[in-house]
Design a protein around this ligand. Sequence first.
Ligand SMILES: O=C(O)CCC(=O)C(=O)O
Length: 395
Amino acid sequence: MPISMHSSQILPCLSPLLLQKGRSPFLLFEFPSCMMNNLLDWPEPIIRVQSLSESGLPAIPHRYMKPLSDRPVINWPESCDVNIPLIDLTGLSDDKIGLPPRTVDQIFSACREWGFFQVVNHGVSPDLMDRARETWRSFFHLPMESKQAYANSPKTYEGYGSRLGIEKGAILDWSDYYYLHYLPSTLKDYNKWPASPDSCREVTDEYGKELVKLGGRIMKVLCVNLGLKEDRLQHAFGGDNLGACLRVNFYPKCPQPDLTLGLSSHSDPGGLTILLPDHQVPGLQVLKNGRWITIKPAPHAFIVNIGDQIQVLSNANYKSVEHRVIVNSGMERVSLAFFYNPKNDIPIKPVEELVSEDKPALYPPMTFDEYRLFIRLKGPKGKSQVESLKSPGCH
Ligand SMILES: O=C(O)CCC(=O)C(=O)O
């Protein structure tokens, strides 16, 4: 869930919006100015979920208890063969889509039917994947003072955090996280990346470089499957100026996992998400036909999902899908969500090639900075944002 913006960008980008009636009615309606003024700090003191977990408390505080309708069913007997599609990317390179037509078709169906798929033989070294995850796991096991040095605020969300959204009294998720910018290079600031563990900056840099390349390769397949030029979506994202950020999620052990969630249901506001899950601990669930399916990660696979910006650009040919994370009492879980996003200040709207009289544009133009304010302010709320933007009468 990419949530990022420099403080200097937030208010200037909002104030014209508040004046431009009709441009972004959604924002005008949702965010009263008192809420915008609160972006400078969290509404309540921050409690680290890891500290709560390590204190050995037998029951979770009330703040983390979800309403009955949102609580997960733990150990629900699921049929083992239900999983998101597993796709072998052997042949896909930076220069060409060397995939068999069957694989290209599989990706098309996965994007349309699931919004999610796993990829293997993706070109990122398994050793780098393991190093990235274990380095970040070590970060979360540092003494609290070392982590607190990077405590974040809702101004930019960069750093060590424990909540999304700034609504006072909101019910919170059972997780901590670390959030950083990788691209554009103007937003990349090593001082905001942890100096410890020693290898953290170096590994994260190498990992980011590989994931940007992988994201670019997958985007090409998404384009040809829509009948677009290979670089069409990339171009709409801002070409070489696109954005990329990393959110490392840490889900501590939880004494009452049936009452809470590690991350509430949401669709990703950005473009494409490439997730490195915890190889030992399942937790990610995807909503499919009204049922929550727990993803079983394949060894050294990445989980790829469509974000709201691709739903908008593709005029809903591809759909972002709600997902959430469940926790458990026996094991912590670490995941790395890499967000491949449009440049923050260019209007994103359905690409012309996919708009016609029969298929009018379903969404108004909106920059990614405008768009992601919703989740920055209100926290994860299913698919309510992208759905609310849809033109009336369109389904
Ligand atoms: O931890 C996971 O498996 C999913 C994380 C996620 O959905 C996110 O960071 O947006």
